[in-house]
Design a protein around this ligand. Structure first.
Ligand code: 5GP
Ligand code: ZN
Length: 114
């Protein structure tokens, strides 16, 4: 756990959140500022700053996080589908340095993203 990390605090139960999934290695919470009717954040329970760091250190966990994101995306997006987004670094809009996959569904999603 990183004491300065808001997601670690959520995973430790110190800050409330709505959990969509939780096991020993992967968790999914509802985004506090949803950008679509479904907006979930799927993350490893272990603190890792971003996706390339996770891929370097624990590549199997990248797969587990995306498996959970896929199941949740299917469940919430249905036939219309869903979007997964992973922001890495400030220029890409990453604001929480604990790797997470956004899962968005429930409305038409435009491309290219902003
Ligand atoms: P990023 O900008 O790093 O890709 O995504 C961070 C996401 O975390 C944002 O969509 C933001 O709304 C969400 N977020 C930030 N703080 C909290 C919080 O305390 N609780 C929850 N559930 N989501 C948060
Ligand atoms: Zn963390």
């Amino acid at each position: 756990m990183d004491e300065a990390c808001i997601f670690c605090k959520i995973l430790a139960g110190e800050i409330p959140a709505t959990f969509a999934y939780r096991d020993e290695r992967v968790a999914a919470i509802a985004d506090v500022n949803p950008q679509a009717p479904t907006h979930l954040l799927v993350m490893p329970v272990v603190h890792v700053a971003n996706m390339p760091a996770l891929a370097d250190s624990q590549p199997a966990l990248v797969s587990e996080v995306f498996s959970v994101a896929s199941r949740l995306g299917r469940a919430h997006g249905g036939d219309d589908g869903f979007r997964t987004v992973v922001n890495t670094g400030p220029g890409a809009g990453q604001t929480v340095e604990h790797m997470h996959v956004h899962v968005l569904a429930g409305r038409d999603l435009r491309w290219p993203p902003g």
